[in-house]
Each structure stands twice: as structure tokens, then as C-alpha cells.
Design a binder for this molecule. Structure first.
Ligand code: SAM
Length: 249
């Protein structure tokens, strides 16, 4: 009997600029993991789905206004082609990157990394994508995700960010389990400050607790720092942390 094979987590990106991938991901843990086959990456050039000989993908906006809009038939044909190849048992999350989407966070990165077989990412450009094709695919489960309250020129940078955040959580990508477990947001708090050699730099010494060799003291110091920093810098996270702690007691 042949050993069962689990395909690696995989990403497919629908874009007008496939040459942007893997781009900066090559210079991170994600790039090394890609070389090692811990995940796979494919791109789909949406321009290939334009029906006319000029391969035009955009048109002016109904109602007037500056900028061009991605045509629904082009985006739909690219999505139809991509999703027709999806295996029903190992369907990936289909995500449209848009400033109107759900704000991305660590919990979502963890969900896509650990609870899905991978992601299919649709990148908009210009003024955006015709609303009708968005609605059509949302009815079939497409999610909308935002990288934050600012406008990027295209969905590609957002896709790269989402991929980087997910891939570092895949099993085997980060050497020691605890390296990601203590990072900011994983426990609902910002991370404590980190220090390296020299022990004193420009008259600034490393906090003495970290030099004590006393693991309990170091852990307590880090926990207190995390709590103080979160309380001061991110009251929104702090309130949620307290609520969670209250519920646990
Ligand atoms: N006119 C749109 C608006 O005001 O919401 C912005 C369009 S933006 C210039 C072009 C494309 O970049 C979008 O369709 C989307 O795919 C991507 N994009 C821009 N900002 C983003 C963000 N914060 N998160 C995710 N994707 C973003």
C-alpha cells in the first residue's frame, strides 16, 4: 500500500502583475520554505482572460469619475478557470483583497495557515473591481480581506503580506515552536522588548532582570512589559485581553 500523500499548503494569486511573486517573500522564512516545498505558489495572469485582441482588462467607470475599473467578465473568467481546478475535498479559501474587507489580523493568519489547504487571492488594480463580479463570487464563499485603513495601488502588496503572515505559521517553517508562540498578538498582547549584545550600549544597559539567569524572574518581567506596553499603546487590545482573562477565571 502506498503511503498517503498530503499536498503542501498552496497559494494561487490572480493578478495583472505575476512577476511581483514571490518577490520580497524570497528574502524571508517564506522563501526558504518555498524552496523546501513546505508550500507552493502559482500565479494566474488575469489579462489572459480578456476576450478582445488588445487584451484590455479595464474600462471607464459608470457615473463618471477618474480611474478605470477591472471588467467583470475578465475577472469572472479568471476565477471560473481557477476555481474549476479546485479539488472539492481540499478547497482553498478564496479571498479578494480590498480596503472594504475584514481587517486582517494574526487570528486570521492562523486560521488560513492551519485550518485551510491554502488560499486563492484575487488582486484588484486601478479604481477596483466591478461590484457585480464581487457579489457573484461572494455568494459562492469568497471572503473580502483588508490589510488596513489605507489605500494601496493594487492587491499584490496585500497578498504578499497575507502570505508572509500565514506561511511563517505553517508547521516546520519556524524552527522552534515557541518562536512564534510569544510574538506580538499571538497571546493578545504586544511583545516585550528584546535585547542582544553588547550588554551596555551608549550608556543604555540591558534590563538587569534579563541577566539574572532566574527563569521565573525573566518570565515575570517579560509578561509585565507586554502588559504595560499593550495597555499604553493599544488600549483596544488591552480591553479585549482583560475580557478574555476575566472569562477564563
Ligand atoms: N478605489 C478603491 C477604494 O477607494 O476603496 C481603492 C482601489 S486600490 C487603488 C486598487 C486595489 O488595491 C484594490 O482593488 C484592492 O485589490 C487593492 N487594495 C488597496 N488597498 C488595499 C487594502 N488596504 N487592503 C487590501 N487590498 C487593498
Amino acid at each position: 500500500m502506498s503511503a498517503s500523500f498530503t499536498p503542501p499548503w498552496s497559494a494561487k494569486v490572480l493578478t495583472l502583475f505575476p512577476e511581483m511573486f514571490p518577490g520580497p517573500l524570497k528574502y524571508s522564512l517564506a522563501g526558504k520554505a518555498l524552496e523546501e516545498g513546505l508550500w507552493t505558489l502559482e500565479t494566474v495572469q488575469m489579462r489572459d482572460f480578456a476576450p478582445d485582441k488588445h487584451q484590455s482588462v479595464d474600462d471607464t467607470c459608470f457615473g463618471g469619475g477618474a480611474g478605470m475599473v477591472l471588467r467583470p467578465n475578465v475577472v469572472d473568467a479568471a476565477l471560473e478557470h481557477t476555481m474549476a481546478q479546485e479539488n472539492k475535498d481540499s478547497k482553498r479559501a478564496l479571498i479578494f483583497l480590498t480596503p472594504c474587507g475584514k481587517p486582517f489580523n494574526q487570528a486570521m493568519a492562523r486560521h488560513y495557515a492551519l485550518n485551510t489547504k491554502g488560499v486563492v487571492l484575487l488582486c484588484g488594480r486601478y479604481e477596483g473591481v466591478d461590484q457585480r463580479v464581487i457579489e457573484q463570487w461572494k455568494e459562492q464563499g469568497m471572503e473580502e480581506v483588508s490589510m488596513g485603513d489605507y489605500i494601496l495601488s493594487g492587491g499584490e502588496m496585500a497578498a504578499l503580506t497575507l502570505l508572509d503572515a500565514c506561511i511563517r505559521l505553517l508547521p516546520g517553517v519556524i524552527g522552534k515552536e515557541e518562536s512564534s508562540a510569544n510574538e506580538s498578538f499571538e497571546l493578545g498582547l504586544l511583545e516585550y522588548p528584546q535585547y542582544t549584545r553588547p550588554q551596555v550600549w551608549k550608556n543604555r544597559p540591558v534590563p538587569e532582570e534579563l541577566l539574572s539567569g532566574d527563569h521565573k524572574r525573566i518570565e515575570d518581567w517579560r509578561q509585565n512589559q507586554s502588559m504595560n506596553i499593550t495597555q499604553i499603546r493599544r488600549p483596544d487590545l488591552w480591553v479585549r485581553y482583560l475580557e478574555r482573562m476575566g472569562r477564563k477565571q
